[in-house]
Design a protein around this ligand. Structure first.
Ligand code: FES
Ligand code: FES
Length: 157
């Protein structure tokens, strides 16, 4: 079966496995992290048709025909070949966080938020930051990173 990931079609063999394992083990996209495996922590979040989705809870087969975006698919290249990070990636890169295990999930959740609501309120940012667990307790920093991403997006527009 085929999966469309980061704009490219990939042949994959293990359609009955959770999407997180197909992304990591078959496609080598290890930017998608695995934490709890029961849909609680959000570290495995990817975008499926733009929706933040816990990839440990979705069989890969169920994602056929849908556009999957992982952390690796966020950056773009300029015509000169220069890599340009997504504003959310840039904002998290500038933020002092600890182990970073949760961060891919927070980044993907924030990308989905900003795509849906380009200028989210403080309450919306907080609600989104709280959807995913951070065992290091970095919620304040994560909230600030999302607010910074809003600023960067505005500056780029
Ligand atoms: S690993 Fe998927 S929600 Fe925790
Ligand atoms: S920074 Fe360590 S789990 Fe969030």
């Amino acid at each position: 079966m085929k999966l469309q990931v980061n704009g490219r079609l990939h042949e994959v063999r293990h359609g009955d496995e959770a999407l997180v394992w197909v992304l990591r083990d078959e496609l080598g996209l290890t930017g998608t992290h695995y934490g709890c495996g029961i849909g609680m922590c959000g570290s495995c979040t990817v975008l499926v048709n733009g929706e933040a989705t816990r990839s440990c809870q979705m069989p890969a087969r169920a994602a056929q025909g849908q556009a999957i975006t992982t952390l690796e698919g966020l950056a773009t290249r300029s015509s000169g070949g220069e890599v340009r990070l997504h504003p959310v990636q840039q904002a998290f890169l500038e933020s002092p966080l600890q182990c970073l295990w949760c961060i891919p999930g927070h980044v993907m959740t924030a990308v989905a938020l900003l795509d849906a609501v380009p200028r989210p309120s403080t309450e919306q940012i907080e609600a989104h930051a709280n959807r995913n667990l951070c065992r290091c307790g970095g919620y304040n920093t994560i909230r600030k990173a999302v607010a910074r991403a809003v600023e960067l997006t505005r500056e780029e527009a």
